[in-house]
Design a protein around this ligand. Structure first.
Ligand SMILES: [Ca+2]
Ligand SMILES: [Ca+2]
Length: 512
């Protein structure tokens, strides 16, 4: 068979190095530089492209080299190129005449384009910059992090939507150079960074923070508004934290004003906030040592059996969202955590997106909660809920999050992790949702997916036939088949790249 040249002579190779414009943490580190990128397709009919490049790094760091490809002259860089060989990936030493290979004929059989462009990206911090399908969501709002770690900054910057703890960053000394958010955006200007803020809690240890910090400011300003229980105890709905009485207008005005002040004046500005959390009431978990029931209006009746108090509480939450929007504007994202928005479409309509904590276990009827979440006939299924939030800021953002993992024995008898991030990615590709790649509980809990997919743009909506959900993309397709619908093993899925299976979960079998 006579093959056409897959890469015409007009191919232009663009060059990019990962610019790490960092503050003091990067002192002395030299950025890697890729030059003289020269791709040439073999004429032996193999479909393989040899990409020759020079890699420099003044301090001699071994680099992780990634290849990016564009099919539209450089407008987008989502053409997947997984079949790579040669000097690509981790541990590439600087030097001239490095060669990597891309088997474009395997990844894109029959492709012929005048508009192919290639980029070679080198990271001296061992970060893989392979293209991924959009709506990666990463969250680092639990635990402590070393914000001076440039590798972590470069790594988390790959996400499309990133939640980090505003209350931590605003409680640190003001940045002397670029803020953490600015360092992230120096790596990826398209990364939307939202800051975690608490709706109604203060931490008791904030009393010991330096004057002027967010933590101390919030502790002091809200001291007059500590909420009580029906027995007069201090209301704590989480260990080490105190609930504020947001039924008091001055209390919620203070909370909103402090957030807005630190957003505007602390030197660390976010694209929005992640409100944690809005529920339809207040519960005291049994592991918190508090007597009585929450009683914000002080009438001796617990909030969950006090209709007036419940109504006032829900109105107070609406008022806080409106108050922050009045201060920081329509373009400042407000994403809601908490169960109220899962079923309250009017409240959800005030948000730019919803975080489903412990998805799909909250907000959906037992036992087959995942089936309910994916059933268009259920009023609050993801299909319906995604029509509720605002769209003015690029939303709606439906964030699917679950810190728990499950395990199973695969077809080789190997104990295998069931990573919810992988399963939720399949769902996200169907619903245009966001799936988490980090959910940090003191350590990188999910990490970046082992298999990175770049499927390009969706070619249409998801087709639903009974238990089968399928959606076609420019470079592949996604298929989810609902099984029991019961977490943590509710369905099987398969993701293909141009007809070739690149990820599959069909227990006990899996790919890869
Ligand atoms: Ca270096
Ligand atoms: Ca009451």
């Amino acid at each position: 068979m006579k093959r056409r040249s897959l890469l015409p002579a007009t191919i232009a190779a663009l060059v990019l190095f990962v610019a790490m414009v960092l503050g003091a943490g990067a002192a002395g580190a030299a950025e890697p530089l890729v030059t003289n990128v020269a791709p040439a397709q073999r004429t032996d009919g193999s479909g393989i492209v040899d990409v020759v490049y020079d890699l420099a790094d003044a301090d001699g760091d071994p680099c992780r080299v990634s290849l990016l490809a564009s099919a539209d002259g450089g407008a987008t860089w989502d053409l997947p190129c997984p079949s790579l060989g040669g000097e690509v990936g981790a541990g590439i030493l600087p030097g001239a005449g490095r060669v990597l290979t891309w088997n474009i004929g395997r990844d894109h059989p029959g492709i012929a384009s005048e508009n192919l462009r290639l980029r070679v990206v080198a990271s001296d911090l061992d970060v893989d910059h392979t293209a991924h399908s959009p709506l990666h969501y990463a969250a680092l709002h639990w635990g402590d992090h070393d914000w001076s770690d440039d590798a972590m900054i470069e790594s988390i910057a790959r996400s499309d939507l990133l939640c980090i703890d505003a209350e931590v960053l605003w409680s640190d000394p003001a940045p002397s150079g670029l803020s953490v958010v600015e360092r992230i955006k120096a790596v990826n200007p398209d990364c939307t960074v939202i800051g975690y803020v608490s709706v109604q809690m203060i931490r008791l240890d904030w009393e010991g923070y330096p004057a002027g910090s967010y933590a101390r400011t919030r502790w002091e300003a809200l001291r007059p508004y500590w909420a009580s229980t029906t027995t007069g105890d201090t209301l704590q709905s989480w260990p080490g934290k105190v609930n504020e009485n947001i039924l008091e207008p001055a209390c919620r005005d203070t909370i909103v004003a402090i957030i807005a002040d630190f957003q505007e004046h602390s030197g660390t500005a976010f694209d929005g906030v992640f409100w944690d959390y809005f529920n339809s009431g207040i519960w005291i978990p049994n592991f918190v040592n508090v007597t009585g029931d929450p009683d914000l209006d002080g009438d001796g009746i617990g909030i969950m059996t006090d209709p007036d108090e419940l109504a006032a509480y829900k109105a107070a939450c609406v008022d806080m969202v409106a108050g922050l929007r009045a201060r920081l504007g329509e373009g400042f994202l407000q994403i809601f955590n908490g169960q109220r928005a899962y079923t309250d479409s009017t409240f959800a309509a005030l948000s730019d997106g919803l975080n489903y904590e412990l998805f799909p276990t909250l907000g959906f009827q037992a036992p087959d909660k995942m089936r309910k979440a994916m059933d268009p006939g259920v009023f609050n299924s993801l299909w319906n809920a995604r029509r509720w939030p605002r769209t003015v800021n690029g939303g709606p953002f439906l964030l699917l999050e679950n810190i728990n993992r499950a395990f199973y024995y695969d077809n080789h008898g190997v104990l295998t992790t069931l990573n919810p991030g992988d399963s939720f990615r399949a769902v996200s590709l169907l619903i245009d949702g966001c799936y988490p790649v980090w959910d940090d509980f003191g350590e990188h809990f999910f990490g970046w997916p082992d298999v990175v997919h770049s499927l390009g743009a969706p070619l249409g909506p998801t087709a639903i036939q009974g238990n089968l959900f399928t959606r076609n993309y420019t470079y592949g397709d996604v298929r989810v088949e609902m099984g029991s619908g019961v977490w943590p093993n509710p369905f099987t899925f398969r993701i293909r790249l141009n007809g070739r299976v690149v990820e599959e979960l069909a227990m006990p079998f899996h790919t890869p």
